[in-house]
Design a protein around this ligand. Structure first.
Ligand code: PGA
Length: 253
């Protein structure tokens, strides 16, 4: 049922320092009314621990990291493992964001490895997929997104796939102010749910949260979230303002 799938995830990217991140989390907690929507705090690594303390014991609030290394441990200077994230209370990890694909050469094969590490450590991946504008202009967006999810997720067992959240984020909509129309979002979300159903069956498809990301704002969230297969949003820019983020969470009718 859609009501069990609702989620709004903030992705703070590389914007908040320790004090700013902690203050932002506190402001969101103060403004937020009790909600059935799962609310995810996608914080930079450096303040995960502090945010964990702020949201601890409040139901439906969860901590997310924005990336993870694909190996369990080893000589990878500067990297962070799934076990490290789990040890500070992280429950979700964003994997395969288009910025990681574009600037850090992440491929769907690598993303599959990261997804497995996340699930093995009892956390949930928020897997991002989505096409660039040239691909949509060539009308190949459905094919491309199908390739992405098949390579990055569909070798998982059903028991593992159950833990995945999918985020459709058209690259042309991220940080640009050009949101996908509700119809464009619904079309792709229905396509993704159909692919999941073909691979894992209807029960799992109906329980999978599929988020839309790309310039979600308080003034467009209501219409996007009203679409039958849009279960919420992965929010970048607007998640940095507590009032806007809470207004987006309150956009479910
Ligand atoms: P945006 O970012 O809301 O600023 O477009 C979304 C994202 O990158 O997850």
């Amino acid at each position: 049922m859609k009501s069990d799938r609702l989620m709004v995830a903030g992705n703070w990217k590389m914007h908040t320092n320790y004090a700013e991140g902690k203050a932002l989390a506190q402001q969101i907690v103060e403004l937020l009314q009790p909600t059935q929507v799962k609310v995810i705090f996608g914080s930079p690594y450096i303040q995960l621990n502090a945010i964990s303390a702020v949201i601890k014991d409040i139901s439906n609030l969860h901590l997310a990291a924005q990336n993870v290394h694909q190996d369990v441990k080893g000589a990878f200077t500067g990297e962070i493992s799934a076990g490290m994230l789990q040890s500070v209370g992280v429950e979700y990890v964003i994997v395969g964001h288009s910025e990681r694909r574009a600037y850090f050469n992440e491929t769907d094969d690598l993303i599959y490895e990261k997804v497995k590490r996340v699930i093995e450590h009892n956390m949930r991946p928020i897997f991002c997929c989505g096409e660039r504008i040239e691909v949509r202009d060539a009308n190949e967006h459905q094919e491309l997104v199908a390739d992405q999810i098949k390579t990055a997720l569909f070798d998982l067992s059903a028991d593992h796939f159950r833990h995945c959240v999918v985020a459709y984020e058209p690259v042309w909509a991220i940080g640009t102010g050009h949101t996908a129309t509700p119809a464009q979002a619904q079309e792709m979300h229905a396509h993704l749910r159909r692919l999941i159903s073909e691979r894992y069956g209807e029960e799992i498809a109906n329980n999978t949260t599929i988020l839309y990301g790309g310039s979600v704002k308080p003034n467009n969230a209501k219409e996007l979230f009203a679409q039958p297969d849009v279960d919420g949003g992965l929010v970048g820019g607007a998640s940095l303002k507590a009032r806007d983020f809470v207004d987006i969470i309150n956009s479910f009718s």
